[in-house]
Structures are given as structure tokens and as C-alpha cells.
Design a protein around this ligand. Structure first.
Ligand SMILES: N[C@@H](CCOP(=O)(O)O)C(=O)O
Length: 469
């Protein structure tokens, strides 16, 4: 019997909540991010008992401590079964070996061809379940650099209790990524192309949450990884691959292409739960704020530069705040002070002992576009593996820190067909979109271009709510 899980904010000034309320709240009222009051731990035998389970069952068992007190275990198991029922691979998250000691775990077998479906397909169902129980509606506002948007839209389209407004940076996603969002014409879906970067979009989302009256009136909720439920639903695939490679009786390491720090944070959560994770390797593109922090203790915002891996064209990695809170021994006041200072000055330099703690586990590697192209070519030539630009960066990061005897699992976060121009540049092949998306470029698009201006964006959200009331 697991006790109810309570959640606290990294900034210490928001109400303590249960899982369902955290799901609906999205971001804490004090601007912080929710995380569990204490970390649930699995014993080695409890991990072993999960070996060989079908993915949906494993996911429900791994997530159960996080939803305890809010979602009954059999309900969660049913939601997980539904969420992954239409993935196009029987294993859901298949594992492939590409080199000696280097594995790739494919997380792109869901409907929008990116790892975001792993959490989002479940979140759509969790929202429906909780909102139906409470007789409520929410307005989801989300920012995307390319993949979160389409996964959120796909998970929420047509759901009666949800309205979804997605902000993407105009002209800064691939055409496939944009069309995956803008060709969905259900009335509860609104796409805004913001004249700015992903960071501007995310700042707009956070500013809407900070506008207390607007937040309440619009019943705002979030689907970015600032929402704890996203992180919780991304933990199981790390468990799945670790168990397949011998954990808990052997250590494993993970390499993750990283933008908003949510995916790699989920691997860190698995480690907090007792999974023997030796190292976490973070791959960045030219927007290398995370690798600069990990290598030089320099987290300074440089401005977002477009790259061949647009989903990682991010400078402010929101989930870093959750790690920082832990690195500061859960001192919410210090965390709030550090984050406020970071947003004010654009720089963060943490005390050396805090930085050393991060470095004991995390490693950072940055690849520019030329190195990304070279990595895609190498993988295709030497391992016959077709990696999208983000995945290629993750694999390169994993290779750089591979240790003998410790399997390194790199996360394949997106299908190469989402980035045909980059793939063609690297290997001369434009990977075909799967059947369900084959006519994507013939579908009509609907979106509105809007300035990165809070009042303008709040107006569009109000209009979307009105249209769906
Ligand atoms: N890489 C993301 C950016 C948002 O990240 P999230 O995990 O916080 O939703 C994207 O592709 O949109």
C-alpha cells in the first residue's frame, strides 16, 4: 500500500498539492516547479519484478507512487494501456545496439513521431479523467520549439474538456513540425506563430501563469515539462531500457539530446528512485547553455541561434530549476533567489560544491550543425542507423562518455522524417513520412502570426476560450 504523494514548489511559496491538482495547476503560483515532497524508492527486487512486463504495465507500476492518493492504480493501468495502444512498434520503446556498449532507445513510435508522445498520450487521458471527475474544463497553454506542440495537440484534439493554445516561434521549426500542428483544425485547437524564439514563447506562457486573474479566469494549465505529470510519464522508459540491460544488477548510463531539460531530468528521477544510473550525458546544439554550465559553470544566456536540430534551439532550460532545487539541498529560498537573479542578469554561476555535485553525474557535449551532419553520416555509414539530428547529437554525447562495462543508452527522440532537409544534407535521403502523415503537405493550415507581446497573446487565448465555451 503506497501513501498519498504530496508535491511542493521549488520556490516554497505555493500550496502543497496532490498529483491531480499538480496536473491541473501546471506551474506553481510562486513561479516555481512542482516536485514530490520525497522520492519514492524501489528495492532491487521491486525493480527485478518489473523485468519483462509489457511497457504499459511497467509504466503504470513505475508511475504509481507519483499518482498515489489521486489516481487509483487500476485506473492508471487502464489509461496507460489506452495511451500506448496505437504506437507503431510492439515494444513501444524498442532498444537497438548501434556500437559496442552503445544502444539507442527509440521514443518516436507514437502518432507525432517524437518522444513527447510518450507522456502526452497519457496526459491527454489523465486530464480527461480528472476533469470529468471534477466537472471542470481547462485551457492548456504551451510553448514549443517543434515537437511538444504537435504531441499536445494530438493528445488534446477534440477533447470536450480541453482547449489547447500552442505558441511556436515563427519560421523556426521544420515544415513537417509546423504542419503537424497547424493542419489540425478541431475547434478546441489554436496555433499561434510568435514573432520570436522558443524562449519568448515559453516566457509568454509563464507570464500568463503569473497573471493571477487571467490564470484563474481562463483555467490555465500546462503541457510543457514544467508540468510534473510530463516528467513522471517520462521516467518509465528509462526503467524499461535499464532493466533490459541488466539493472538493477548492473549500472547503466543515459545520453539525452536536451533543450528544456525535462527528458534528462526524468532519467535523474529514475536514479532518485534507486535505479543504478552511473552517468547522464546531455547533448546540445549551438545553443549550448547546458554544456557550458556543466563544463565551465557558466550558465549565461547567449540568444537563441537557429540550427538543424530546432527542438533544442533553447537557452532557458526550465527544468534545470528542479535539479537546482535538489543541488541546493531543497533550500527553496536559495532556489528562488538564484532563479530570480538568473532571469534578471541572464547569468548563473553556482557555488563550486554545488557545481561539483552536478558534475559527479551529468556531462555535457555540444555539437554545431557541421558536427551534427558528420554524426548522422557516420551512424548511417558505420551502423546503418538513420538518426535524426537531435538523436545524432545524443548518440555523439553518449559515445564521448561511454565507459567499459556500462551500457550507454542514447535516447532517439524524433523520427528522421520530421527533418527531411537536414537528413538530405547529411546522407542524401529524404525519409518518407509514415502512412498516417503521407498527405501532410496537402492539408490546409490554420494559424495566426502574433507579436511576442503578452497582451496580444492573452487576447488570442481569451478568444479561443470564448469560441469553445
Ligand atoms: N523541445 C521542446 C520544447 C519544449 O519542451 P518541453 O519538454 O518542456 O515541452 C519542443 O520540441 O517543443
Amino acid at each position: 500500500m503506497i501513501g498519498p504523494m504530496r508535491y511542493i514548489s521549488t520556490r516554497g511559496q505555493a500550496p502543497v498539492r496532490d498529483f491531480s491538482s499538480v496536473l491541473l495547476a501546471g506551474l506553481a503560483e510562486d513561479g516555481g516547479l512542482y516536485l514530490p515532497e520525497s522520492w519514492p524508492e524501489f528495492s532491487p527486487q521491486q525493480w527485478r519484478d518489473l523485468r519483462g512486463l509489457p511497457y504499459p504495465e511497467l509504466a503504470a507500476r513505475v508511475m504509481a507512487p507519483f499518482t498515489a492518493g489521486s489516481i487509483a492504480p487500476d485506473v492508471l493501468a487502464g489509461l496507460c494501456r489506452d495511451a500506448y495502444a496505437h504506437f507503431d512498434h510492439a515494444a513501444i520503446v524498442p532498444l537497438t545496439q548501434v556500437e559496442d556498449g552503445l544502444f539507442v532507445q527509440e521514443l518516436f513510435h507514437g502518432p507525432t513521431l517524437a518522444f513527447k508522445d510518450m507522456a502526452m498520450q497519457l496526459l491527454g487521458r489523465l486530464f480527461d479523467h480528472v476533469l470529468t471527475q471534477r466537472g471542470e474544463h481547462v485551457t492548456i497553454v504551451g510553448a514549443t520549439s517543434g515537437d511538444t506542440g504537435s504531441a499536445a495537440i494530438e493528445a488534446c484534439r477534440g477533447r470536450e474538456r480541453l482547449r489547447v493554445v500552442i505558441l511556436h516561434p515563427e519560421g523556426r521549426t521544420s515544415d513537417v513540425q509546423r504542419r503537424q500542428m497547424t493542419t489540425v483544425l478541431e475547434p478546441n485547437v489554436t496555433n499561434l506563430a510568435v514573432q520570436g524564439t522558443f524562449d519568448d514563447c515559453q516566457d509568454m506562457v509563464k507570464a500568463m501563469f503569473a497573471d493571477a486573474a487571467f490564470r484563474t479566469d481562463m483555467h490555465l494549465s500546462a503541457v510543457n515539462s514544467i508540468n510534473w505529470a510530463r516528467i513522471a510519464a517520462q521516467v518509465p522508459y528509462y526503467v524499461y531500457s535499464a532493466l533490459a540491460l541488466g539493472a538493477p544488477d548492473r549500472e547503466v548510463a543515459f545520453a539525452v539530446p536536451t533543450g528544456n531539460f525535462g527528458n534528462v531530468l526524468a532519467a535523474w528521477v529514475a536514479r532518485q528512485m534507486g535505479l543504478p544510473v552511473r552517468a547522464l550525458c546531455v547533448g546540445s546544439n549551438r545553443n549550448d547553455i547546458l554544456s557550458r554550465f556543466l563544463n565551465e559553470n557558466d550558465m549565461s544566456i547567449h540568444g537563441v541561434v537557429p540550427s538543424l536540430s530546432p527542438s533544442m534551439d533553447i537557452q532557458v532550460s526550465s527544468n534545470f530549476e528542479r535539479l537546482l532545487f535538489e543541488l541546493l539541498d531543497r533550500d527553496a529560498e536559495a532556489c528562488a533567489r538564484t532563479m530570480t537573479e538568473f532571469r534578471k542578469t541572464g547569468r548563473m554561476h553556482v557555488p563550486t560544491p554545488v557545481w561539483d555535485k552536478a558534475n559527479a553525474l551529468f556531462h555535457g557535449v555540444a555539437l554545431d550543425d557541421d558536427a551534427t551532419v558528420a554524426e548522422i553520416r557516420r551512424l548511417h555509414a558505420e551502423s546503418q542507423y538513420m538518426a535524426d539530428p537531435h538523436t545524432a547529437i545524443g548518440i555523439a554525447a553518449g559515445r564521448a562518455f561511454r565507459e567499459s562495462g556500462i551500457p550507454m543508452v542514447a535516447m532517439a527522440t524524433a523520427h528522421p522524417a520530421k527533418f527531411p532537409d537536414a537528413m538530405e544534407k547529411a546522407i542524401g535521403i529524404r525519409p518518407a513520412l509514415p502512412e498516417a502523415l503521407a498527405d501532410l503537405f496537402d492539408r490546409p493550415e490554420r494559424y495566426e502570426v502574433v507579436a511576442a507581446d503578452l497582451a496580444a497573446i492573452e487576447d488570442r487565448v481569451r478568444a479561443a476560450v470564448l469560441k469553445n465555451s
